[in-house]
Design a protein around this ligand. Structure first.
Ligand code: ZN
Length: 249
């Protein structure tokens, strides 16, 4: 968009969607920017739904660099300090409020606990300031996680069937198919490992930086999953706009 287009789309009921990803290892078969690709797909799907109902929505350039300490030991992972992420999101929210956007929606696809804590801290601070309203459905938590398939619910949700399917749908040329097709399943649960105090993918049982079932991924499933992600963000935004969808804030 040009600055004039951005000026004209702003307003108290306009929604600015911030895709939030990571630059981190995603197995031998997916690119480092996998979470950026997923976050942008989620943001676009949500924007399509909002626009169809007459809500003005724009997708911001993504926040690609975030805190990724679980993947620190792998080549290519670029991890920020969590407080840097919190400060960046806060600054973006403040300038969106200055531009008179009523709602900031966070399309987050990166689930490292340090990163989620950095977003929670930012969202808490934005809500204290009251503007803009902020929609942040944490996919790792209920009720949203329950809508994202068995693998996701099991916690084996990094570079497995769920994420690989989305990249196959969005950017198939970036998936190393030779590698993916032969990858053995890794049902180790990341969420359980996190609860047990593990701090890295290696400690959690992911020596190659993947979990779950990447060989079972498909573009068709990825397209369906993107629609679910878009619906989740749409519902979270509707709750902030006071449309009374019945979904929790
Ligand atoms: Zn990911």
């Amino acid at each position: 968009m040009t600055w004039e287009e951005a000026r004209d789309v702003a307003g108290p009921r306009s929604v600015a969607i911030l895709p939030v990803g990571a630059i981190e290892a995603h197995g031998p078969h997916l690119p480092l920017e996998t979470d950026v690709i997923i976050a942008e797909a989620m943001a676009r799907a949500a924007a399509t739904r909002l626009t169809a109902r007459g809500v003005r929505a724009v997708v911001l350039p993504p926040l690609a660099y975030t805190a990724a300490p679980f993947a620190r030991g792998f080549g290519g992972t670029l991890s920020l300090r969590p407080e840097t992420v919190t400060a960046t999101v806060l600054d973006i929210a403040a300038t969106l409020a200055h531009q008179r956007f009523g709602v900031m929606a966070i399309a987050n696809a990166h689930l490292d606990p340090a990163h989620l804590a950095s977003l929670d801290a930012a969202v808490d601070a934005i809500r204290r300031d009251r503007v803009p309203a902020v929609a942040f459905p944490n996919l790792a938590a209920k009720p949203w996680a329950l809508r994202l398939g068995e693998e996701f619910k099991s916690g084996a949700c990094h570079a497995g069937r769920f994420e690989t399917s989305i990249v196959l749908a969005e950017r198939p040329e970036l998936v190393r198919e030779d590698s993916r097709a032969g990858l053995p399943s890794n049902p180790a649960s990341l969420s359980r490992a996190i609860r047990d105090g593990k701090k890295t993918f290696e400690e959690a049982g992911g020596a190659l930086a993947y979990f779950g079932f990447p060989a079972e991924a498909s573009a068709e499933e990825g397209r369906a999953t993107v629609e679910v992600l878009g619906a989740i963000l749409d519902e979270a935004v509707q709750a902030e706009l006071g449309a009374g969808t019945g979904q929790p804030k």
